[in-house]
Design a protein around this ligand. Structure first.
Ligand code: ATP
Ligand code: MG
Length: 557
């Protein structure tokens, strides 16, 4: 379906209705991450949705860090999140925003609520607070501190702010309803004492607003018209509305929830991803096996394919799990169309072409892409000695094996047809070299004797090539739902999720290629230079994805 005929999702329908009735004149959204980890594929969906809506309706989208918990936050996360949003192809409106920009305003509004008799300083400790709160089936009871006077509360809140009181000794709570069926409404906490330095406000504050108190007011200050978040916040909506109704906020945002993106064979929990990093199961947050945006970037995924995947996943209110093969498919499809071709032999086996003169070299011309003239041509040196893949030679084989076999012919891609004569072995019987001969006058032509080659294999010159390391990745988990039920997600780590191949031989042009180029190594898959491990004297490639879905076969068994 084309862009224009695609059915509207439920949020688009709401937006169009709001624009049509004049309830709003322009759309303002925001993407509000907590800077306490790296973004993952689930966040990509939220980014594509929020920035996408702003773009579609010519509105604006802010990037706002909901930075209310200094203990878990870090500038490293702020920086990585900014880079991820930009890499995905989006631009936020104006400067990056922080909830901490509004700490003064949030503090003034807390005083406002105290003066209105709608907030109090509560001395109950955590355990007591829990007991007083009641349960889902049982009403809570009012805290004994609920009836303090406005003056007493103002004085105590000032003591909280000035650092006179100990961490954990008290909190500021809203006066709502301790018997409310929605637990969120049972006098929620607005402010806590935290004697921690903050990455933005440094040591200015020793009290910090709760996420629930800050989040909706941040939206109101920014004039967010559609506050979009995931379904787990549905329960919080009445509370967010209570704040908006009880405070003189400059605007009244409305929250809409959609279901989280879940992908099978994948984890989308920052906490669990952090555990993989902390326990060195992976090589950092940007390990190419991680479902983080930085990991997928390092692996060679394209921003376009990720955006496409997020769009395909749809926007609904029903929970579901998207098949990871959909993600793999969108990447394969993009790279198939756009990745220039190259040859790289992953497990080299030397072939000596005994009828080819030792001092001769020819230059073979190969297309950059079979149907993209704009991707130009490549020149490949051809000599007496070449490398082919060990898997592409057998001493004898049945007809299904359309590669090099003794006494049989195969075409070298973009070069001659050759025929194998002899396998040279070491004392243990391993094949170390193959002797073969070229069939004269077969570059781009069939042989004069009419005996055609059955298959085509890739190769590189033994004299002119680039030595490289290739990293083959597979899914990080062997279970579709890692950690489902009582199981520990760490128990379903795929032990074969990374294979490192050294001594691979790529065509010489790879060394001078732009490191941002994503290649199809013919017959092997799609590859992208690994910036973390490559250096001037070592070229490392990550396999982004294979040419075909090999898991489909495994799952069908
Ligand atoms: P996690 O549970 O992994 O820690 P989070 O929701 O706490 O994630 P935030 O930084 O608060 O992380 O997320 C920023 C935004 O991204 C929020 O609006 C959140 O709803 C959205 N988001 C997070 N995970 C997903 C997901 N799996 N699918 C869609 N949106 C998501
Ligand atoms: Mg969150």
């Amino acid at each position: 379906m084309s862009e224009t005929s695609k059915p509207l999702n439920f949020i688009e329908k709401i937006i169009e209705a709001d624009l049509n009735t004049g309830k709003i004149t322009s759309v303002q959204t925001r993407f509000p991450p907590e800077p306490n980890g790296y973004l993952h594929i689930g966040h990509a969906k939220s980014i594509v949705l929020n920035f996408g809506l702003a773009k579609k309706y010519k509105g604006k989208c802010n990037l706002r860090f909901d930075d209310t918990n200094p203990v878990k936050e870090d500038m490293e996360f702020v920086d990585s999140i900014k880079a991820d949003v930009q890499w995905l192809g989006f631009e936020w409106e104006g400067d990056v925003k922080y909830t901490s920009d509004y700490f003064d305003q949030l503090y003034d509004w807390a005083i406002y609520l105290i003066k209105e008799g709608k907030a109090y300083v509560c001395d109950l400790d955590q355990d007591e607070t829990r007991k007083y709160r009641g349960t889902l089936t049982e009403a809570g009871k009012p805290s004994p501190y609920r009836s303090l006077s406005v003056e007493e509360n103002l004085e105590l809140f000032e003591k909280m702010r000035s650092g006179e009181l100990e961490e954990g000794s008290c909190s500021l709570r809203a006066i709502i309803d301790m018997a409310h069926p929605n637990m969120q409404m049972r006098d929620p906490v607005l402010y806590r004492i935290k004697k921690a330095s903050h990455h933005q406000t440094e040591d200015k504050w020793c009290i910090y607003p709760s996420y629930d108190y800050a989040h909706g007011q941040g939206d109101a200050i920014e004039g967010v018209t559609h506050s979009i978040c995931t379904l787990e916040f549905e329960e919080h909506r009445p509370l967010y509305n209570w704040f908006i109704e009880n405070l003189p906020t400059p605007s009244k945002p409305h929250q809409y929830e959609f279901s989280r993106l879940n992908v099978n064979y994948t984890i989308t929990s920052k906490r669990k991803l952090k555990q993989l990093v902390d326990e060195n199961v992976v090589d950092g947050w940007d390990d190419p096996r991680m479902p983080t945006i930085s990991g997928m970037r390092r692996r060679g995924f394209t921003p376009k394919s990720l955006r496409k995947f997020c769009e395909l996943a749809g926007v609904t209110r029903t929970d579901g799990i998207v098949d990871v093969s959909t993600l793999e498919f969108t990447i394969r499809e993009d790279l198939n169309k756009n990745a220039p071709r190259a040859m790289c032999v992953l497990n080299p086996l030397k072939v000596v072409l005994t009828n080819y003169p030792e001092d001769k070299t020819e230059t073979m011309i190969a297309p950059g892409h079979p149907n993209r003239d704009d991707l130009g041509e490549r020149s490949l040196a051809f000599d007496r000695e070449i490398f082919i893949d060990q898997d592409d030679f057998r001493e004898s084989a049945n007809k299904k094996y359309k590669r090099l076999v003794i006494g049989k012919r195969v075409r070298l891609r973009n070069a001659y047809i050759i025929e194998a004569d002899e396998a040279i072995k070491d004392d243990k019987g391993n094949i170390v070299e193959v002797h073969a001969h070229i069939i004269e006058d077969t570059v781009g032509k069939n042989p004069a004797d009419g005996i055609k080659a059955k298959g085509v294999i890739h190769w590189v010159s033994a004299k002119e090539n680039v030595d490289c390391e290739v990293r083959i990745y597979d899914r990080l988990f062997t279970e579709a739902e890692p950690g489902a039920g009582d199981s520990d997600f760490m128990d379903s780590i795929n032990p074969d999720s990374l294979k490192i191949l050294t001594g691979c031989k790529g065509e010489a042009g790879l060394i001078t290629a732009n490191p941002e180029t994503r290649f199809q190594f013919e017959r092997e898959g799609y590859f992208f230079q690994d910036k973390k491990h490559s250096s001037t004297d070592k070229l490392v490639f990550n396999r982004t994805i294979g040419l075909r879905d090999t898991w489909a076969k495994i799952e069908a068994k």
